[in-house]
Design a protein around this ligand. Structure first.
Ligand code: NAD
Length: 356
């Protein structure tokens, strides 16, 4: 197959782990007889420096014209003092909105080799952590109107949280469909005891569940869910929730797996052209030292092969290679433990390439 892939190299350490991910993708192309053509796209700090804005329209257009997008991560202290609409993160929001990516899927899986790095008690981690969070990505409070005004005595800020029925239904369906492909259990998370948007959320989810009688369904309040994720994560299979709750819960879920450097993610809309990226940031504190862990980005490429290109064998090859490298005791500095061999970013990728 021939695929055109937009590549956003991002800022700081991102340039290192994206470079290594492309080596892995090239190896897959060679092994399975595919041709991958890469189209460089500027976003985030890189785009601000070159074009004065975090995602120029022409760069977004390039992403839309490709078969899929590999994204590193953007941002860094040098852009932190810019006004809100000029910051690197605005590029991310513009990319999601511009490509119509309304669903974000993040697996929270514990690699058995890294279980000792989980901050959870050993007996809880030993029960296994293997769930995914399906997060709504283009609605809710992040996309409502934001304003700060002076009411004459003091500043008052407000952020508007909006959800329409069709936005809830399309993400709800992705939750049910994802559960169907896994262990058939769906937890819908809301704050229906307080918020109107959540009450509408729950109403639509209850209508949908009639169409999926094979999926075990439950409602859970977001505060309870935050507790349950650390108390008994093994109970979850698929969690579906709105934008801000998903943002927070998915970071919590990634922490309990032990390493932020291991978690990929996918964002999709109505087409197969999606954005695949590690969940971590651009790690400016370790940039240029050849120590950043490239695995989350490499595993994001595996998700791209599975979900956008329907290449499950290629995805398996990457995931198995990562597992084999961990089995052999190779680690990057962020995951090191006694008896393991610590390798640099390039060297651990070499080991993954050997396994593929
Ligand atoms: P971060 O994820 O970049 O780093 C947090 C800590 O984890 C740092 O100590 C870092 O060295 C470490 N770390 C992260 N990824 C690692 C990896 N793969 N291997 C080894 N160590 C790793 O988060 P931050 O420091 O809060 O943010 C840094 C910049 O990244 C900020 O500008 C932030 O806005 C941006 N950011 C971007 C995204 C994105 O592009 N999706 C996501 C989060 C943060």
């Amino acid at each position: 197959m021939e695929k055109k892939i937009a590549v956003i190299r991002g800022d700081h350490s991102s340039r290192e782990f994206v470079r290594e991910t492309l080596r892995v993708m090239d190896r897959i192309a060679e092994k399975y007889g595919h041709t991958f053509r890469y189209v460089d796209v500027a976003m985030g700090g890189d785009a601000i420096d070159r074009f004065g804005e975090p995602l120029p329209a022409a760069e977004l257009q390039k992403c839309k014209e490709c078969d899929s997008v590999l994204l590193g991560s953007v941002g860094g202290p040098e852009w932190d003092s810019l006004p809100g609409d000029k910051r690197p993160e605005k590029g991310l929001l513009a990319l999601r909105a511009g490509m119509g990516l309304y669903s974000n899927v993040r697996p929270a899986t514990i690699w058995p080799q890294l279980a000792p790095a989980s901050p959870l008690r050993a007996d809880i981690a030993a029960n296994g952590i293997d769930f995914v969070i399906v997060r709504e990505l283009t609605g809710g409070v992040y996309f409502g109107e934001h304003k700060t005004e002076n009411n004459g005595t003091e500043e008052v800020a407000q952020d508007n949280m909006i959800y329409s029925a069709h936005e809830i239904e399309r993400i709800g369906r992705i939750g049910f469909e994802t559960a169907r492909r896994r262990r058939k259990k769906l937890t819908s998370v809301d704050k229906a005891n307080v918020l109107d948007t959540s009450r509408l959320w729950r109403k639509i989810m209850h209508q949908l569940k009639e169409e999926y009688p094979d999926v075990e369904y439950e409602d859970m309040l977001v505060d309870n869910c935050a507790m349950q994720i650390v108390k008994n994560p093994a109970q979850f299979d698929v969690i579906v929730t709105e934008n801000m709750f998903g943002d927070i819960l998915s970071d919590e879920a990634s922490m309990i797996t032990g390493s932020i450097g291991m978690i990929p993610s996918s964002s999709l809309g109505d087409t197969s052209n999606g954005v695949y990226e590690p969940i971590h940031g651009s790690a400016p504190d370790i940039a240029g030292k050849n120590i950043v862990n490239p695995m989350a980005c490499i595993l994001s490429a595996a998700m791209m092969f599975r979900y956008s290109f329907d290449m499950p064998e290629e995805a398996d090859a990457i995931e198995k290679a990562v597992g084999a490298v961990l089995d052999k005791g190779y680690r990057t500095a962020d995951n090191q433990s006694e008896g393991c061999t610590v390798l640099g970013t390039i060297e651990i990728t070499d080991k993954i390439l050997e396994e593929i």
